[in-house]
Design a protein around this ligand. Structure first.
Ligand SMILES: Nc1ncnc2c1ncn2[C@@H]1O[C@H](COP(=O)(O)OS(=O)(=O)O)[C@@H](OP(=O)(O)O)[C@H]1O
Ligand SMILES: [Mg+2]
Ligand SMILES: [Mg+2]
Ligand SMILES: [Mg+2]
Length: 339
């Protein structure tokens, strides 16, 4: 029997995401003032984000030295005298997540973080990396995800997400936390705990009646138009309150049946969604029986560079109800019928 496609990439991605997730868990318990900085776009970045990107880029480079990486972070804020304190912290943390043979120096730390500056595009292999998705959730001690995807010729082929604070079983919120979500195109969607290598197949809940559905959206009101999502929910007859959750954990929740619809409605005409915010999550949902599109029902196009430049917003739902959700989205966002 021939080996499954992308078996090596899947295994390396699991190792990389799990190693980085554990670094994030350690850093959270020790995070002190001054270890978070605000980027130009006003979003936060922490020593956790830099360390996780360093760990994953180092592990990827060892196994796939030719593969470019589209990563969220770069080393600018860690350079020079100004960056010294943070750089030293990040170096210590990154090395705590790496095998001894891969130990980084200050110089190789900056170099490995900057391997994530690839511009993306329509051709060849590339990894999309969000070392901490939902940094605000991470800082609040709530949901965040370490997200890694392999994109080949514009198509997401492998996705692995680590969710350190997500309960293994949504019905047991005080039970064990820390799950990995794993998917390869055409091979289904799986969940495993941080503490065990046993993988369980997962799928979306297949509800017939939208009245029973629940939907999830961002915690941050600046990332999705929440008043429009309330109108869409009403139009669909959804009565349950939305589940507000940070990060790509929303895709993970959907893919194991905790919620049925994910609405991410554009808040500004100029914001372009980043490929690392959706690559792994969108494949996971698709492999679990869902459809992921933009607000017009168009597939997400990962071939346009570092952003989803030709898409607007994100709508994910079970394949059986996705069409009805898009209809409602269009009615609410474009009441005159114009696109
Ligand atoms: N204006 C705007 N619109 C849409 N999306 C934005 C915007 N600003 C930031 N971001 C991206 O949102 C990522 C966080 O994911 P979520 O929105 O799902 O989570 S949450 O709102 O923070 O709860 C977040 O990812 P991280 O930076 O990795 O946390 C951003 O890439
Ligand atoms: Mg960020
Ligand atoms: Mg993100
Ligand atoms: Mg991030």
């Amino acid at each position: 029997m021939s080996a499954l496609a992308f078996a090596a990439e899947r295994a390396v991605a699991i190792h990389a995401v799990l190693s980085a997730s554990k670094v994030c868990q350690r850093v959270f318990t020790k995070l002190v003032n001054g270890e978070t900085i605000t980027k130009k776009d006003k979003s936060p970045v922490t020593i956790g984000d830099f360390s996780a990107q360093a760990v994953i880029n180092t592990i990827l480079h060892k196994s796939f030295p030719e593969d470019p990486i589209v990563g969220e972070e770069d080393s600018k804020d860690l350079r020079g005298e100004e960056g010294r304190q943070m750089r030293e912290k990040v170096l210590e943390l990154a090395n705590s997540g790496l095998d001894q043979a891969l130990t980084l120096t200050e110089e190789s730390l900056l170099e490995t973080i900057d391997r994530g500056t690839y511009a993306g595009g329509a051709h060849g292999r590339m990894w999309a990396l969000d070392p901490i998705d939902g940094t605000k959730g991470f800082l609040r001690g709530e949901q965040f995800a370490v997200c890694l995807a392999l994109i080949v010729d514009g198509q997401v082929q492998v996705g692995v997400m680590g969710c350190p604070n997500l309960p293994v079983d949504a019905k047991d919120k005080d039970g064990e936390k820390g799950c990995l979500f794993i998917t390869v195109k055409g091979q289904g969607a799986f969940q495993r705990n941080f503490s065990s290598t046993k993988e369980t197949p997962i799928s979306m809940s297949s509800i017939q009646s939208l009245a029973e559905a629940s939907f999830c959206e961002s915690v941050e009101s600046g990332h999705s138009n929440q008043s429009d999502s309330a109108k869409i929910a009403q139009l669909l007859g959804i009565t349950k309150a939305p589940v507000r959750m940070d990060s790509q954990c929303k895709y993970c929740s959907l893919s194991r049946g905790d919620a049925e619809v994910y609405l991410r409605l554009p808040v500004s005409a100029t914001y372009e969604e980043k490929i690392w915010d959706h690559a792994s999550g969108s494949l996971l949902v698709a492999e679990a029986g869902g459809i992921v599109s933009d607000i017009h029902g168009q597939p997400l196009d990962f071939s346009k560079g570092r952003t989803l430049a030709t898409n607007s917003g994100v709508i994910a739902a079970h394949a059986k109800i996705h069409g009805r959700v898009i209809e409602a989205v269009q009615k609410v966002l474009f009441p005159e019928g114009k696109l």
